[in-house]
Write a protein that binds this ligand. Structure first.
Ligand SMILES: C[S@@+](CC[C@H](N)C(=O)[O-])C[C@H]1O[C@@H](n2cnc3c(N)ncnc32)[C@H](O)[C@@H]1O
Length: 261
């Protein structure tokens, strides 16, 4: 009787550990290979200024124009508000910006709101009726492919009709067909958040490395080891980190690369 009780308690304990430590276990299995660093280490604009001996606060460089989307709005494929603030802050110093994957246009809008007046933002995305142009490659994760379908649903965007729309150009095209050579060494900031299948994120990344200018910044969204729909993004970034200096920004799913030339 005691043996049965001990065994049952042991099994319950193992279950509880598995549930509580689910994230750590997944991280261990999927091996995060990109080094995580604090936000203020990637760019000086994020260094806090001292207000009092126990209080540090943001500098003017990172005060942004923003908005929030409540969950009942049911918009798909968004960045978190913390990630959105980071991208908005980096946009303040970026005159030429490119985004892979527009979706609702949340990030595109924030880039337009916060970049200099004469800045230009180009965002490439798929039209709802153009999915036939995208073939699933053998290596591609099925869930990421299905998400492309679920996220390619907008023809108009959050910025449509706003006074910031004229800073934005939307290209409705499969990014696999984008001619990156015409944008060689051109952009100050590139955000990679298009298709999360291996074939698409790999192609977008290779193109971005050609399109970024000296001192330009590339950001990737969804570096989440253990998240099934992000599996291909994690795989690709783990591979890239063997050849290029990229960092994962702590408390986000963003990875960061600066083209030091
Ligand atoms: C995760 S959502 C983008 C979210 C958006 N960046 C934001 O922050 O709100 C993914 C977007 O990538 C687009 N996309 C997926 N595969 C693509 C491809 N091969 N070419 C162009 N756009 C693609 C989808 O149409 C969708 O709009």
């Amino acid at each position: 009787m005691i043996k049965v009780l001990i065994s049952t308690l042991l099994i319950i304990n193992i279950f509880l550990i598995l549930i509580i430590k689910k994230k750590n276990i997944k991280n261990f299995i999927y091996k995060k290979k990109v080094k995580s660093i604090d936000l203020d280490k990637i760019n000086k604009i994020f260094l806090n200024s001292k207000i009092d001996k126990n209080l540090y606060g943001p500098k003017e460089d990172v005060i942004i124009k923003s908005f929030c989307i409540p969950s009942n709005n049911k918009i798909v494929g968004m960045t978190s508000n913390y990630e959105a603030w980071i991208i908005s802050s980096l946009s303040k110093n970026s005159k030429k910006i490119f985004e892979f994957g527009t979706c609702s246009g949340k990030t595109t809008y924030l880039m337009a709101l916060n970049s200099p007046e004469k800045a230009k933002i180009i965002s490439i995305t798929l039209k709802p009726d153009s999915l036939s142009v995208l073939e699933k490659n053998k290596l591609d994760n099925k869930i990421s492919y299905r998400n492309i379908v679920n996220e390619s649903i907008y023809k108009n965007f959050l910025f449509t009709g706003s006074k910031y729309e004229n800073k934005i150009e939307i290209i409705f095209q499969n990014s696999l067909d984008l001619d990156e050579i015409k944008y060689k060494n051109f952009f100050d900031l590139i955000f990679i958040d298009g298709g999360h299948t291996y074939s698409v994120v790999e192609s977008d990344t290779q193109k971005a490395f050609k399109m970024i200018n000296k001192n330009g910044i590339i950001l990737w969204h969804d570096y989440v080891p253990g998240k099934t729909s992000a599996r291909d993004v994690v795989k690709l970034l783990n591979q890239i980190s063997q050849k290029k200096t990229i960092f994962h920004i702590k408390d986000t799913s963003l990875c960061y690369f600066k083209n030091e030339g």
